[in-house]
Design a protein around this ligand. Sequence first.
Ligand SMILES: Cc1ncc(COP(=O)(O)O)c(C=O)c1O
Length: 381
Amino acid sequence: MSGEGALAVFARARDLERQGRSIIHLELGEPDFHPAAPVVEAGCGAIRAGRDRYVTSRGLPALREAIAEYLGRTRRLRISADQVLITPGCKPALSLAMMALIEPGDEVLVPDPGFPTYASMTRGLGAVPVPFRLLERNRLQPDPDEIESLVTRRSRVLLFNSPGNPTGTVYDSAALQRIAGIAVEHDLTLISDEIYARIVFSGAYDSISLMPGMAGRTVIVDGFSKSFAMTGWRLGFAVAPPALIDALDLLVINMFTSVAEFTQLAAIEALRDRTHAVDAMVEEYRRRRDLFVGGLNRIPGFRCALPEGAFYAWVNVGDTGLRADELCRLLLEEAGVAAIPGAAFGASGEDFVRFSLVSASPLLEEALARMQALASRWHTR
Ligand SMILES: Cc1ncc(COP(=O)(O)O)c(C=O)c1O
């Protein structure tokens, strides 16, 4: 298995800060928002009320029902509470699903660039990650012909993330339909990581599980970290056919028994979203995206398409004439701007840098100004 490039950059950035340097942190995917006040209140109230016992391994029935209702309301999914299992974050939902589905020697199709855990967990389970590429010349969309050409008789799972980290791509419906057809034809199970499904900048979100034949072969993993700014609360969920939920439940019983009761009660309040916190947050991400991506495209040698979702800018820096890791080092050491070399997300990321839009606009403007000032240090092609 392997770690995450973002954490290595973060560690160096913290070193520089300890030396008194000013650093703008655009490396981690951790929003600068906090949960809405009623959510915090619900969590505190639940602790005060003694709601701190072991609870059922699948998750509180009231939360599972609230998630089924929420996915109907926000994603048009028709699912029952029996198909929902609560986990301590989206990553555990993902790894439980992978453990349940993947056997040594299997092949797992994963996006390149993509979230590093996909390939790492696959290797950890003794299976083989098979990357399919999200290329600039294809608008960072997957190419279903390429995916089909990569399927073999060992292919078992296709894993993807839309809107995607690190590219911000929202898979278009033609691609989703083709991927669904490939899954049916080759009997693949899909793991659809929908952690950014609420952060889309235009149109409704289409889950692949809505496509014909998909509900029975799709596991959705999602959580509260990004949509409700609850990263450290560690809350997520999986949605799967009931038989697979039974397998995930067995893993929960053997691994962590249950998720904390008081965070689950706060999650019910988060889903109600009485203060419309999600819409306000998405609007703020849209402003940051427009500001930052516009500014990046004015920096010599940088090229960035407008992301359609999530909160990342995926920037081609090939025209600076520097390698992306050299450029990131220069940005951090000389300008105090922390970002991640794209190769951390797969071989297709070699010429790219990922910036997270998790800082407020004045900081993003300051980061742009610092990078502009440094641009004389590279000779654009
Ligand atoms: C694509 C993707 N999936 C899952 C996660 C992890 O979510 P959680 O913090 O809920 O485990 C992240 C976090 O950065 C992510 O980018």
